[in-house]
Structure formats: C-alpha cells, structure tokens
Write a protein that binds this ligand. Structure first.
Ligand SMILES: O=C(CO)[C@H](O)[C@H](O)COP(=O)(O)O
Length: 220
C-alpha cells in the first residue's frame, strides 16, 4: 500500500469515533484532509465541526460541513488529527503544516484526541522530525538563541506566516528525553506562542496505518 492509501485507511477508521449529532474537531495536513473527505459522507449525521486552521475550515466548508467558532463551543467529544511523529506513550510532534497553536487549543477543549498516522510516524524517541515552534515576529532572534541553548539548531521557516500572523522556527537536533519537561520549558521562553510537542496533552488513541491493516494503540 502507498503512504496515501495508509493515510486514507486511518482517516476512514477515525469515523468510528465521531459522535452522531455532535461536533467534531478537525486537524490539519494531508491525513486530516483524507479525514475531512471521509467525514463528508456522514455530514448529515453530525452537528458540524471545529477547524484547527483556515485551510481545514475551507475544506470542511467546501464539503458543506458547518464550521463553528471554538468560542461558541463548550463541548467537543472528539478531535481527529495527524502528527509528524508519535511514540508509544502517545506523545507527539506536530506542526509540520504550521497549525500547531490552533491544533493545541482545539485538542485542549476536546475530550478525546484520536491521532491518525501511517506507520512511518511511529518512533521510539521523538526528535528526528524538527520541532516547530510558533514565535511572535519581534522575538524571533531571542527565541532562536534560547532554543540553541537547549541544544537545538533553530531554522526560520522563511516566507511562512501562521494563521495567527506569527513565524515558525523549526528546531533540528533536539534530544527529547523528557517530552513533557521540554514542552513546558520551551513554553516559558518569552515570545513563544506554542511549540509542537503534544506531551502534556497526549493522544488518547492512535490509529496506525500498516500494510496489514489499521492498528489501534493506546498509551503504554
Ligand atoms: O501537525 C500538523 C500540521 O500542523 C500535521 O498533523 C502534521 O504535520 C502531519 O501532517 P500530514 O498528515 O500531512 O503528514
């Protein structure tokens, strides 16, 4: 099976977690896009969706799915999103598409986080994928210096502006031995809006696409 077929398989499997007549939180990226396309087939059975990015909003609306502002929502049973890396503790690195801050907010509101990934994303230790950090433009150089002190090599994603009007630094070479501690530490740097470690709020379920089928993983 191709990587896209694996992504499509997990996207379809995630439909089982969507609750009838309720809202569903929707992530960003190619795997989330497959989920949106699959969700379109049951759009009459859901109340609507909450989007984690403008791109996701547009795709949902393109399928005729009503998108709600998160501020109007106090009950979100499930959030479905991809990841750049995930470990067996369900800690993730996210933000390859630059939507990490809104993804983190929607995930924080949701009762259940269903992570949908192909098998290439399951890793023993996070850190091979550079860690995205969203930064207020004024603070770019300061944050880059602080991240270098943590042992990483930050690279400005030049030309990219987030949906929130900020910048992304992709941090290469970080040793992520304690994802919860590192997530907290990076959040404390002045000028950081959010970082792509999802360890304080890990996934509840991971649907892993393998050539042999979709496996369901929960935290080890
Ligand atoms: O965090 C994300 C976007 O900000 C995505 O979930 C992550 O980059 C994975 O993307 P894809 O499904 O295209 O592999």
């Amino acid at each position: 099976m191709t990587q896209n077929e694996l992504k499509q398989a997990v996207a379809r499997a995630a439909l089982d977690y969507v609750v009838a007549d309720r809202l569903v939180g929707v992530g960003t990226g190619s795997t989330a896009n497959f989920f949106i396309d699959a969700l379109a087939g049951m759009k009459d059975r859901i109340r609507g969706a909450v989007a984690s990015s403008e791109a996701t909003r547009q795709r949902l609306e393109g399928h005729g799915i009503r998108v709600f502002d998160l501020n109007e929502v106090d009950d979100l049973p499930v959030y479905v999103d991809g990841a750049d890396e995930i470990n067996v503790e369900m800690h993730m690195t996210k933000g390859g598409g630059g939507a990490l801050t809104r993804e983190k907010i929607v995930a924080a509101v949701a009762q259940k986080f269903v992570c949908i990934v192909d098998e290439s994303k399951l890793v023993p230790v996070l850190g091979r994928f550079p860690l995205p950090v969203e930064v207020i433009p004024l603070a770019r150089a300061h944050v880059a210096r602080q991240l270098a002190q943590l042992g990483g090599t930050p690279q400005w994603r030049e030309g990219f502006v987030t949906d929130n009007g900020n910048l992304i630094l992709d941090v290469h070479g970080l040793s992520i031995v304690d994802p919860v501690a590192l997530e907290t530490q990076i959040n404390q740097i002045a000028g950081v809006v959010a970082n792509g470690l999802f360890a304080r709020r890990p996934a509840d379920v991971c649907l892993l696409g393998r050539s042999t089928g979709v496996s369901t993983l929960i935290a080890a």
